[in-house]
Design a protein around this ligand. Structure first.
Ligand SMILES: [Fe+2]
Ligand SMILES: [Fe+2]
Length: 321
């Protein structure tokens, strides 16, 4: 099957920000979670022959730098076939590992958020559907990582610093928490949709995992965005100012983490600094892609009147405006 023939679920976009529209949207999302959901072990045929992960057959080679610009550098082109495949697989797997660690923070924050909701909150049911779905994603991602038989590291202690604060935001500052959610989910969703639509055939196992993920993420993104649309205008000056400053810092940092080769990959494969510079820093196409992956969340930020002359400088500093 060619990738271009894949139908992907799109996020529901409501224009109206009234409470009643918001609640009917949440009910629809909850119903969709019942009608269309996936189980990590029932819905992925892990043991099928075509799903097996093998190196040296070119299945994991990065081509044309479409997904990771490292692939289009001369340095990468000069590697032997096995090394090319190994770096490609390692890159996919480490992003899955980061993804499941991000989802762990996300689930804990959602539980904090739901913990304080009163009886009969439609958000309670929705948040639990999302926690369950994220748990299935994390099972899928970890199973994939295990099956690579590579020792894939996770985030460093430094990256994980601040995790407990983010989790607590779910309870005490949900608007900032949901911007953090979009900062992780939007770039991943952008890259996965792009990969699924690429001409190049991707490995059936990766394709299956991404397809399941994109389908369910459409709901998560829709909820986070509509939560923010309804609730940010109700916030006071201090919270709005905090959002205005913190959001571009979060988005800039997270997009970089998702779209550039992580330190761990650089170390494992001894990628020279000038190659990294060529692939990312000096590569205008990469900057354009990074900005594109944040288009939706940046539009929302502007729509919510959070852009100020000061915050604009932060966006520019991270090169994401
Ligand atoms: Fe997920
Ligand atoms: Fe999600």
């Amino acid at each position: 099957m060619t990738n271009t023939s894949i139908e992907l679920d799109e996020e529901i976009q409501e224009t109206n920000d009234s409470d009643s529209k918001y609640f009917s949207l949440i009910s629809r999302l909850s119903k969709q979670s019942v009608d269309k959901h996936f189980n990590a072990y029932e819905d992925v045929d892990w043991d099928a022959e075509e799903m097996q992960i093998e190196l040296g057959k070119g299945h994991w080679t990065l081509t044309d730098g479409q997904l990771d610009p490292i692939g289009s550098t001369q340095w990468y082109q000069g590697l032997d076939d096995l090394a090319k495949d190994k770096l490609g697989l390692y890159s996919v797997a480490i992003r899955m590992k980061f993804g499941l660690q991000f989802e762990s923070i996300l689930k804990r924050g959602l539980l904090e958020y739901a913990f304080r909701l009163p009886n009969n909150s439609p958000e309670f049911r929705y948040a639990y559907h999302e926690v369950i779905e994220e748990a299935q994603h994390s099972l899928m991602f970890q199973e994939f990582v295990n099956r690579t038989k590579l020792d894939i590291p996770g985030l460093t202690k430094l990256d994980l610093f601040g995790t407990s604060i983010i989790v607590k935001l779910g309870a005490y500052f949900p608007a900032l928490f949901f911007f953090f959610v979009l900062g992780g989910e939007d770039p991943i969703d952008y890259v996965q949709r792009k990969a699924l639509r690429m001409e190049k055939e991707i490995h059936p196992l990766l394709q299956r995992i991404m397809k399941i993920h994109v389908t369910e993420e459409a709901r998560h993104l829709s909820f986070a965005r509509h939560y923010l649309k309804l609730n940010v205008p109700k916030l006071g000056f201090v919270r709005k100012t905090t959002l205005s400053i913190a959001v571009p810092i979060i988005l800039g940092t997270m997009a970089q983490m998702m779209l550039q080769a992580p330190r761990q990959v650089v170390k494992e494969f001894n990628i020279p600094q000038d190659v990294l510079k060529e692939a990312y820093k000096d590569n205008e196409l990469h900057h354009v892609e990074t900005r594109n992956s944040l288009n939706k969340v940046r539009n929302l930020y502007e729509e919510l009147n959070l852009m100020t002359p000061v915050s604009k400088r932060i966006w520019k500093l991270f090169n994401i405006l």
